[in-house]
Design a binder for this molecule. Structure first.
Ligand SMILES: [Mn+2]
Length: 385
């Protein structure tokens, strides 16, 4: 019987709001996965990309990772990985070095792709009675890449690891990479990475599973608040194992028709007396009745949060409007329509107006510094196509 653990998007070295404790949280999640494996003894572990948050993590993060991987090696549990978009830097991936010293196997190393006449033969790596194939998290010409690969035939249980988002997943219209039908047929388990929420569905009767990231990487994911975890595949079924992560709360604070002082005290009231060392994000909404949004006393709110035993309070003002911005908002037309009309009046063609709308939607969001490169990359792709 197959018995393996599937984890993804551990983003070691990542943090939120530049908090050292949040960096530790990402490391702790990974340690929980490793400790679980040492206790439960799966035959192998697969990681579908973004082991690290950056191509060149800091020494502390690297040392931590090496220590964890040595623990697995000492217990004889192999780790097989396909590099994610974050694992790669201009001069290759650190995963090659970790493989060289015997701490993991990169299933997507160049020698596992053999160029044939009409296709590329994709070789797999064997572990625990399975054969594991993989495609790394590259984006360029990705549909063509999927069309050209042919997995080398094998009678074993076949796993395909990939670091791309399939278009059937909800709310991914600007980030999805490939239609589900692009996945190579005939596999027994499809191990997805890159999408940070846990999703599972079936493809040709076989499971496609995204474990999601092992910590909340941005406020959007905090707001969705799906549990963090990984997959333990045993008895023929994938089981989601939840991680014990720090409490994270995202609250919308309606400040419509309030003065900055009133909005400040509404924020203070929205804090619980017992923060329990959790992280809180306050998203202020509406239009102020007077003053400016920068008159909200964010430092008082943050101070109060810390004294109520929260780890940190992030106050987001970008959704709050100053009174002078009222006009455009109370117009009977939607913002989208106004923007569209403006562009048409300027003489842009319909395809140009459509592109502009997509760019505005994409770039008009709040992005954390780690999300921004992805959004910009997507914007580049929209312009190129
Ligand atoms: Mn990721």
């Amino acid at each position: 019987m197959m018995n393996f653990v599937h984890v993804s998007d551990t983003h070691l070295g990542a943090s939120n709001f530049k908090l050292k404790k949040r960096e530790d949280d990402f490391l702790d999640s990974f340690k929980q996965v490793v400790d679980y494996c040492i206790k439960e003894k799966p035959d192998f572990i697969i990681h579908s990309g973004d082991l690290f948050d950056k191509g060149k993590p800091g020494n502390k993060v690297l040392l931590f990772t090496v220590k964890q991987l040595i623990k697995l090696k000492e217990k004889g549990i192999p780790l097989l990985i396909t590099p994610g978009s974050h694992d790669v830097s201009v001069d290759g991936t650190l995963l090659t070095i970790l493989e060289k010293v015997g701490l993991l196997t990169n299933v997507s190393k160049p020698e596992n792709y053999v160029k044939g006449k009409n296709h590329v033969l994709m070789k797999g790596e064997e572990a625990g009675g399975a054969v594991i194939y993989g495609l790394p998290g590259r984006r360029a010409n990705i549909k063509e890449v999927y069309e050209s690969i042919k997995p080398e035939p094998n009678d074993k249980f076949k796993i395909f690891m990939f670091h791309h988002i399939t278009t059937n997943i909800k709310d991914t219209e600007f980030f999805a990479d490939i239609p589900l039908s692009s996945l190579p047929k005939g596999m027994d388990y499809y191990a997805g990475g890159h999408w940070h929420e846990h999703e599972s569905f079936s493809y040709q009767g076989k499971p496609v599973v995204y474990p999601g990231s092992t910590e909340y990487g941005d406020t959007r994911s905090m707001e969705r608040h799906k549990p963090r975890g990984f997959i333990h595949y045993k008895n023929g079924e994938p089981e989601f194992i939840e991680l014990n992560t720090r409490g994270v709360v995202v609250k919308r604070v309606d400040c419509n028709n309030l003065t900055p002082e009133e909005a400040t005290s509404k924020c203070l009231d929205s804090l619980s007396k017992e923060g329990g060392d959790s992280l809180i994000v306050l998203k202020l909404k509406g239009v102020l009745s007077s003053g400016r949004r920068n008159m909200i006393d964010t430092s008082l709110i943050k101070k109060q949060a810390v004294s109520n035993d929260y780890l940190y309070c992030n106050v987001r003002l970008s959704g709050l409007k100053n009174p002078s911005e009222k006009k455009i908002n109370t117009n009977s037309k939607g913002v989208n329509e106004i923007e569209q009309e403006h562009l048409r009046a300027k003489g842009y063609s319909e395809p140009e107006v459509k592109l502009a709308r997509q760019l505005i939607n994409l770039l008009g969001n709040d992005y954390t510094p780690s999300e921004l490169p992805k959004a910009l990359e997507k914007a580049g792709e929209l312009i190129d196509n």
